[in-house]
Design a binder for this molecule. Structure first.
Ligand SMILES: Cc1cc2nc3c(=O)[nH]c(=O)nc-3n(C[C@H](O)[C@H](O)[C@H](O)COP(=O)(O)OP(=O)(O)OC[C@H]3O[C@@H](n4cnc5c(N)ncnc54)[C@H](O)[C@@H]3O)c2cc1C
Length: 452
């Protein structure tokens, strides 16, 4: 080890939704933390930014919610939901003590608030500094990172080494830490819809409402975000992508207006800036940990963004990982590795059901008719709003689409002569069996890490 190397308890790579709160929580427990971020902050990142009750409670406990509210983003208590041909007005489910149901804050505003919380807690933040390599002991254990700082900043000065007991990769989907550590991906699922979004001023917002409409081959989301803007997000079938792109921004508006409440909100509104979009991504889990390293947030797991859960899930993982690390960093490495292995097993068990649910919501295949029928039954029973507990990550899909509800829905559809539902149920059961088998023995992506 060179005498010029800096030493920390933990080096966290990536300072957005996963890395910054993790660094804040660790530093608050007295650990010496360095948070390394290759971008300048504030800066944007290609992501929409809807988060739910669990995330709001986390942000509140982190002490940053009031600051986020000064952006003008409202706390949203109402939803206008549509799944297939079932549409209903919903109260977003919250628990006692929750500050709110849903919120949307653009990332160039949200992320710097999180990074500042880490700094305020005592973490050292190095921006415009990229991790270029992992440093390893002779036995292969990761003991630090090599970083390269961009010139011109306070920390300019070329390459140096930051040593740590643990290196956390919170560096997103193209994670350098995952690649260098050789973490393999599994449950890999390419996207089906492309996603496009834009912001409108002068929208008729009224009572702040989260519109979530998924029907036929359409996905339309609309809600107020920060600065008085109205955010619209649509899913586009890749077969129509060329035409959609050629007709932007009109095509975004046309898609959005197919949803009645979004059309109403946008009457008289004006698009601000260019629409944005993303056409290719993959959902995955990556091996979560190895000797001296661990992955958190998108670095270790990404799911279809239609469900809007990446930010909240990054917070949940950071929270759990902070507790794991704070309890183990003083002990021996075998105990630390075992604690991180258990954390990784928790991550997989916790997010596998929502992962496949998000893949289904983001699938181009028509929604199974049984799903709206389950919701119809739940509406009659007055419990349809509990669907959103899934989006709060407070219920699993199997807690909502239960076997009795499924059987009752199948029975009602059969009674109406919809015998095709039996084929659907056979296919859903086969998907379920395949996914359970994959959870027991994952299939790893075979692409070499260097070209991932
Ligand atoms: C189109 C789209 C829409 C989405 N919409 C939503 C939504 O509405 N709601 C929601 O909850 N989630 C949404 N998500 C998911 C959400 O964006 C992610 O889950 C979330 O950003 C995860 O945060 P993270 O901190 O893990 O990663 P990121 O936000 O990607 O942050 C990683 C950071 O690591 C830094 N970094 C990378 N490599 C290095 C390196 N070598 N050295 C130093 N730093 C490095 C990057 O600069 C970056 O700042 C969406 C995603 C996409 C793609």
């Amino acid at each position: 080890m060179s005498s010029g190397d800096e030493r920390y308890d933990v080096v966290v790579v990536g300072a957005r939704c996963a890395g910054a709160p993790l660094a804040a929580l660790l530093a608050r427990q007295g650990l010496d933390v360095c948070l390394v971020e290759k971008a300048e902050l504030p800066s944007d990142t290609p992501s929409t930014h809807i988060f739910q009750a669990d995330a709001l409670a986390f942000l509140d406990s982190l002490g940053v919610l009031e600051e986020l509210r000064t952006t003008g983003a409202p706390l949203i208590a109402r939803a206008d939901a549509r799944v297939g041909d079932v549409r209903w007005p919903a109260d977003w489910p919250v628990r006692t003590g929750d500050p709110g149901g849903v919120m949307s804050v653009r990332r160039f505003r949200l992320d710097p608030v999180l990074a500042r919380a880490a700094q305020d807690a005592g973490a050292r933040l190095l921006t415009r500094t990229a991790v270029t390599d992992l440093v390893r002991a002779e036995d292969g254990r990761v003991t630090g990172v090599r970083v390269s700082s961009a010139t011109g900043g306070e920390e300019a000065g070329g390459e140096r080494v930051l040593r740590a007991r643990v290196v956390v990769g919170a560096d997103g989907r193209a994670s350098t830490v995952a690649r260098l550590a050789g973490a393999r991906s599994y449950h890999v699922t390419p996207n089906q819809f492309a996603l496009f979004w834009g912001y409108f001023e002068g929208a008729e917002i009224g009572e702040p409402t989260f519109v979530f409409h998924r029907w036929a081959d359409r996905v339309v989301l609309g809600l107020p975000t920060d600065d008085g803007l109205y955010q619209v997000q649509v899913g586009v079938d890749p077969a129509r992508l060329r035409e959609f792109r050629a007709q932007l921004p009109g095509s975004l508006l046309e898609y959005a207006r197919a949803s009645e409440p979004v059309a109403k909100a946008l009457a008289g509104a004006r698009l601000v800036g260019e629409p944005r979009g993303t056409t290719h991504w993959k959902g995955y889990f990556r091996e979560p940990t190895g000797p001296g390293w661990v992955l958190v947030g998108d670095a270790g797991h990404f799911k279809d963004p239609t469900a809007g859960r990446g930010i909240g899930d990054a917070f949940l993982q950071a929270d759990q990982l902070a507790q794991t690390l704070a309890g183990q960093l003083g002990g021996n490495t075998a105990e630390l590795d075992e604690a991180l292995r258990r954390w990784g097993a928790w991550r997989d068990a916790e997010f596998v059901e929502p992962y496949w649910f998000a893949a289904d919501i983001g699938s181009l295949a028509p929604l199974p008719a049984v799903l709206p029928e389950v919701l119809r039954g739940m509406r009659r029973a007055g419990v349809a709003d509990s669907l959103f507990e899934m989006v709060n990550h407070r219920a699993m899909p199997t807690d909502i689409v239960t076997r009795p509800r499924l059987l009752a829905a199948v029975g009602r559809l059969l009674a109406r002569g919809r015998v095709g539902v039996l084929r659907e149920v056979v296919r859903l059961a086969a998907d379920d069996r395949r996914r359970r088998a994959l959870a027991r023995s994952p299939q790893y992506e075979t692409v070499p890490p260097s070209v991932r």
